[in-house]
Design a protein around this ligand. Sequence first.
Ligand SMILES: Cc1cc2nc3c(=O)[nH]c(=O)nc-3n(C[C@H](O)[C@H](O)[C@H](O)COP(=O)(O)OP(=O)(O)OC[C@H]3O[C@@H](n4cnc5c(N)ncnc54)[C@H](O)[C@@H]3O)c2cc1C
Length: 416
Amino acid sequence: MMTQTSEALAPAIDRTAARTFDPLSKVGDEQAFRQEIRDWLAAVLPADWRKQWQQTRESDLRGVMTWWLEERRKVGLATPHWPKAWGGPGISFAYQIMVYEELSRADAPELDIFTISLFHTPATLFEHGTQDQIDRYLGGITQGTDIWCQGFSEPGAGSDLASLRTAAIRDGDDYIVNGQKIWSSSSMHADYCLLLARTDPNGKRKHDGISYFIMDMKSPGITVRPIRQITGESEFAEVFMDDVRIPAKNLIGAEGNGWNIAQSTLSTERGLLIFGSTERLARSFALDRVDAKDSWMRDVGLRREYAGFYAELQAIRLMVRRLLAELEANPEKASPTLPTFIKLNWGPFLQSYSEFLVRAEGLEAQKWQPSIPGTGHSSRLRFNDFLKSYGWTVAGGSNEIMRNIISERILAMPRG
Ligand SMILES: Cc1cc2nc3c(=O)[nH]c(=O)nc-3n(C[C@H](O)[C@H](O)[C@H](O)COP(=O)(O)OP(=O)(O)OC[C@H]3O[C@@H](n4cnc5c(N)ncnc54)[C@H](O)[C@@H]3O)c2cc1C
């Protein structure tokens, strides 16, 4: 797809015509592999991509992100973490880590609106989907034509997800779905939704009777209302379903087994996803020091605070690397609690460090500016990063819930 905005990036594409890049052919030689990625990024990524994307309207977002996915696809790096069985390159975990390190080092854009497509959907389909579902849906992801969203949370069913009330009632070859989802990231761009709905309201436990569906977002009866956030952008939306028909063949796994399947979906949030974010922030963190050398770095109190943040950030990076090492050695045996600790530290770190920068840099840093898609928590627009940091303490489970998990499952404390 070539939108007006992605055409603006075309000169970068032309530059690559002079030389083709093939990092995957260098697997086996770490240095050559890294160098090939660096050369490719230097050739293909416009130096001013942040500025260009900052001017991108929400309606053009899909175009620019699809352009970047396509550039990555051309060199085999659209889905570096996918095994061969999924149609990915099947490179080892160590090489996957190198890809994410190099992308972060070069400040390459994150593929926000493809997060569910690239991580959650294949993990769910490969573990629980039918061969037909795998064949039908995976191609659209690698080709960059399909965007997926995750329809789990509802008003009244976030932390307590098992209380969800969206109902799916069997009617011949279809299920008829009624209900509402909320906070569904990128659902306004999405073609498909990973949907949890209740097929049996009379289960023994509330976790029972939940089923897992693939919902075509173009189905009649779906209304998507973007939610405007404090940063001014809309990354997520409410999704209303009014007598939406989902063919029974779009049920993933057995009816009533949705809760277990959802655990596979959510497990993908550990590992490389968080690794990319922490590495990106580490890069930005180092730049902050350089930028401030003639300003707040001269203040001993602020310098001391910065040193404290440095120690915290290194501790988080080490925890993430330990998790990756455990996942590489044996995903079954990886610590189930380490991701909880990482999340519990990462959210507050983002908040306190972004608050520090707003304070240290003075009035100029308190100015709101249009956000830059694809920059995650490291847009380096101080006020935006500060405002956005709060989302992380809620997304994927709030910090209070994380602390409950630690107290109950690790410290074996009694339930409150
Ligand atoms: C940036 C972002 C992206 C998201 N993307 C998606 C998405 O793509 N798809 C999707 O389905 N959802 C998504 N979510 C939703 C997210 O999963 C929920 O916001 C989260 O699970 C919390 O649920 P809630 O918002 O309903 O808050 P609630 O569960 O209502 O919690 C409100 C407050 O009460 C506290 N609380 C609740 N229960 C307890 C308890 N038992 N003990 C102590 N404190 C408690 C919480 O910690 C919190 O502070 C996203 C959220 C964010 C912020």
